[in-house]
Design a protein around this ligand. Structure first.
Ligand code: HEM
Length: 222
């Protein structure tokens, strides 16, 4: 019996995918160059943590945007970059996490616990990262086959991870959603974008969008 590997080694030559790969690694290179040349503000660890966190959120938002975009005629390429964007979001979030626990706290669990205990933003970040970890691990075809229908349900957790990241962002900026106080402009803009992307996945809103798209020439939705 032939053995099936849990990882796909097929190479996809979609131009959009290559743009994603190139863009993501260029951002990493830019961060490394800034760190090596002392261009990361007076607090380089904090700046690097913020930058990796922001890029992870941007990539996560792009990956959520891929599903509705791929339904628009002529934009079906977006469906092929969704997984890569999700995996890169996880990669940047992991770098962000390692910068915090490793570089900032030297993996000292006692210090981390003492600091994290009173900071809910750390816990929301950790919850989001654990979801992204589960989705990244099970993103391979082999897991898709093993889990069957559960795979789809599991991967819907991305719609929980994204709002958790927004909450993490708001609290990290010491903002308050109820009184809309603190440094909230950027977290709120990202929050609006995520809310919109979740709304188009909710069936009622989806039907409206789908019926509009179905009217366009060349649409794949009927
Ligand atoms: C265990 C998981 C996580 C930990 C420990 C963590 C830690 C942190 C810390 C310490 C900050 C504040 C940096 C500062 O301003 O001093 C921060 C901010 C942030 N984090 Fe996380 N984070 C985690 C997960 C995530 C994930 C999964 C994402 C996105 C996918 C994310 C996105 C962000 C963003 C966007 C900011 C705000 C950056 C800014 O102020 O410009 N974090 N995080």
């Amino acid at each position: 019996m032939s053995r099936r590997w849990p990882i796909d080694f097929k190479i996809d030559f979609s131009p959009l995918l290559w743009i994603v790969h190139l863009g993501v690694w260029l951002f990493a290179l830019w961060l490394i160059i800034d760190a090596a040349t002392g261009n990361l503000t007076a607090n380089p660890i904090q700046a690097a943590t913020q930058r990796t966190g922001k890029i992870a959120l941007i990539l996560l938002s792009f990956s959520l945007a891929c599903a509705p975009l791929s339904n628009i005629p002529g934009l079906n390429q977006f469906g092929r970059v969704r997984r890569a964007l999700g995996l890169y979001a996880f990669l940047y979030a992991s770098g962000h996490f390692v910068l915090f626990v490793g570089v900032d706290y030297g993996f000292n669990l006692r210090f981390i616990w003492a600091d994290a205990a009173g900071k809910p933003y750390i816990w929301t970040g950790l919850a989001a990262w654990l979801i992204l970890l589960a989705l990244a691990v099970t993103s391979f075809r082999w897991w898709m086959r093993c889990l069957g229908k559960t795979w789809k349900r599991l991967h819907r957790l991305v719609y929980l991870a994204a709002p958790l990241v927004i909450l993490h962002y708001v609290w990290a900026r010491k903002g308050n959603l109820l009184t809309v106080s603190g440094d909230m402009v950027q977290p709120l803009l990202f929050g609006l974008l995520i809310a919109l992307l979740i709304a188009v996945r909710i069936s009622a809103a989806r039907r409206v969008v789908a019926s509009c798209i179905a009217g366009l020439p060349g649409s794949r939705i009927r």
